[in-house]
Write a protein that binds this ligand. Structure first.
Ligand SMILES: C[S@@+](CC[C@H](N)C(=O)[O-])C[C@H]1O[C@@H](n2cnc3c(N)ncnc32)[C@H](O)[C@@H]1O
Length: 395
C-alpha cells in the first residue's frame, strides 16, 4: 500500500494526536538534518517508538486493548495467560526460589491473570518482577496489579534494568521482540541498499535508500543465498541487530529455568522467502493494520516479525538451549486450553470462552502466525507446552 493509500483508509487523528505527532515529527526532522539528510530506519523506529515523552511507547496514548490500536493474545483472552501459568508452574515447581521476570508487560493484564492462576495452583513465584520501558504503561500496570489480593500483589515489583543477580525461574516476553527497532534493506539487481528516511517535498517523511556498508551488505546477501535464480527484481525486508545483545543480556539474567518468547515470527527460510517481497513491517492504528511507518508518527505502533532462527542462534551463542519451538496453537493445546474451556459452566460463559479460544488457536487468527520459543539453562526436564509440536527442525 502506498503512503497516501494507507492515510486514506485510516481514521483521522484527533487534534491532540495531530499536535503530538507534529512535535515528534519535528524532533525526527532535526535528527534527519543532523545526520546529513538521511536517517537509518533503525534510528527512525527508535525515535518513533521510544523518544522520551514523545515516542509511541513513551507517551500516553491508549495503545493496547480493544479501545487502543491493537489487541495482543493476553488482551484477547485470559485463557492465554492461564495456559502460560501452567507452563510457568511446571518450571517454578522445579526451582528452589522460583521467580518470574516479565518484559514489556503492556497493560498488566497478562501479569494479573497469570498471578491469579498461579495462586489457584498454589504455585506463586517468590517474586514477579516487571521490566517496562514505558512509564505510561508501567503506571497502568501498577493501577491494575495493586488491585490483586495481597498474596500475589505483595510479590510484584518493577525494575528499571535487568536484575544484577541472575534469577531461577521464568523470563517472559509476549510481543516485545517485535518492538525492537530493526534495520531495513532493499535488494535490487543483486546489490543491497539500506532503507531509511529523508524529508519529503510535502514536509513529511519519505523512504530513501543509500548504499549498504560492506558488513550489512554481506549479512543481507547471506540471508538470500539459498534462493533459486533469478532473484526477485526488488526485495525489501528487515533485520533486527538488537536481538543478539538483548538475548545475551537476558541469558546473563537467567541462572536456571526458561525464557519464553511469544511473538509474530518465522524460521529464517520462511522469513526471507523470495516471494515475501515486501518484508514483515506492520503498523497498527486504531485496530487497522497498514505498512506506512512514516505517517502518524508517535500515535501508531510499528513492529516487524521475529526471525526465530536469529533468536535461536543468539541463544546458543549465549549458552542457552533451544528447548522448544511451536506455534501458539500447539503451545496452548499442550497446556490444556480445551480443558479450561470445558470446565466453564455450560451456556453463555462457555460459549464466550470457546469463541476466545478459537481466536487464539485458529490459523487465520493468532494460532499460526505467533510462535512460542523456550530457551533454557540448567534445565533438562521436558516442558509441557512443547509436547504437542516440535518445530525446531525448521530453524
Ligand atoms: C506490543 S506491546 C506488548 C505488551 C504485552 N506484553 C502484551 O502482550 O499485551 C510491547 C511492550 O514491550 C515494551 N517494550 C518495548 N521494548 C522493550 C524493552 N526493550 N524492554 C522491556 N519492555 C519493552 C513496551 O513498552 C510494551 O509494554
Amino acid at each position: 500500500m502506498t503512503a497516501s493509500g494507507a492515510r486514506s483508509m485510516l481514521p483521522t487523528l484527533t487534534p491532540e494526536e495531530t499536535t503530538h505527532s507534529a512535535r515528534l515529527a519535528g524532533l525526527i526532522g532535526e535528527h534527519i538534518t543532523a545526520a546529513g539528510g538521511w536517517l537509518s530506519f533503525e534510528h527512525f523506529m527508535e525515535l518513533a517508538l521510544y523518544a522520551p515523552g514523545l515516542g509511541y511507547y513513551s507517551a500516553g496514548s491508549h495503545k493496547i486493548g480493544v479501545g487502543g490500536d491493537f489487541v495482543t493474545a493476553p488482551e484477547a483472552s485470559d485463557l492465554f495467560s492461564q495456559c502460560l501459568a501452567r507452563q510457568c508452574a511446571e518450571v517454578l515447581r522445579g526451582c528452589r526460589h522460583g521467580e518470574i521476570l516479565e518484559l514489556g508487560a503492556g497493560t498488566g493484564r497478562m501479569a494479573a491473570a497469570l498471578l491469579g492462576a498461579l495462586a489457584q495452583a498454589d504455585a506463586l513465584p517468590e517474586r514477579y518482577a516487571i521490566l517496562e520501558v514505558s512509564a505510561d504503561l508501567a503506571a497502568r500496570q501498577r493501577e491494575r496489579l495493586m488491585q490483586l489480593p495481597v498474596a500475589p500483589r505483595s510479590r510484584v515489583t518493577w525494575l528499571t534494568r535487568l536484575p544484577e543477580r541472575p534469577i531461577e525461574g521464568v523470563i517472559l516476553a509476549n510481543e516485545v521482540a517485535d518492538a525492537l527497532p530493526c534495520r531495513r534493506f532493499l535488494l535490487a539487481g543483486g546489490t543491497v541498499r539500506e532503507l531509511g528516511v529523508a524529508r519529503a517535498a510535502d514536509g513529511g517523511f519519505g523512504e530513501a535508500h543509500v548504499a549498504a556498508d560492506a558488513a550489512y551488505s554481506r549479512l543481507c546477501l547471506e540471508l538470500c543465498e539459498s534462493w533459486p535464480q533469478p532473484y526477485p527484481q526488488t526485495y525489501t525486508s528487515e533485520v533486527c541487530p538488537r536481538l543478539e545483545p538483548w538475548i545475551g543480556a537476558l541469558a546473563a539474567s537467567l541462572e536456571r529455568g526458561t525464557l519464553l518468547f511469544i511473538d509474530y515470527g518465522l524460521p529464517r527460510a520462511q522469513y526471507y522467502h523470495p516471494q515475501r517481497t515486501h518484508g514483515t513491517l506492520r503498523c497498527h492504528f486504531r485496530q487497522r493494520v497498514h505498512d506506512d511507518p512514516y505517517i502518524n508518527v508517535g500515535v501508531q505502533d510499528i513492529s516487524a516479525w521475529v526471525d526465530f532462527t536469529r533468536v535461536a542462534e543468539a541463544a546458543t551463542a549465549a549458552d542457552l538451549t533451544v528447548a522448544g519451538f511451536a506455534t501458539q496453537a500447539a503451545f496452548l493445546l499442550a497446556t490444556g486450553i480445551e480443558s479450561l474451556v470445558a470446565r466453564a459452566p455450560a451456556g453463555t460463559a462457555q460459549a464466550r470462552l470457546a469463541g476466545e479460544a478459537r481466536r487464539l488457536l485458529m490459523p487465520g487468527e493468532m494460532g499460526e502466525a505467533f510462535k512460542v520459543m523456550a530457551l533454557t539453562r540448567a534445565w533438562d526436564a521436558p516442558l509441557q507446552g512443547f509436547t504437542v509440536q516440535d518445530l525446531r527442525h525448521s530453524l
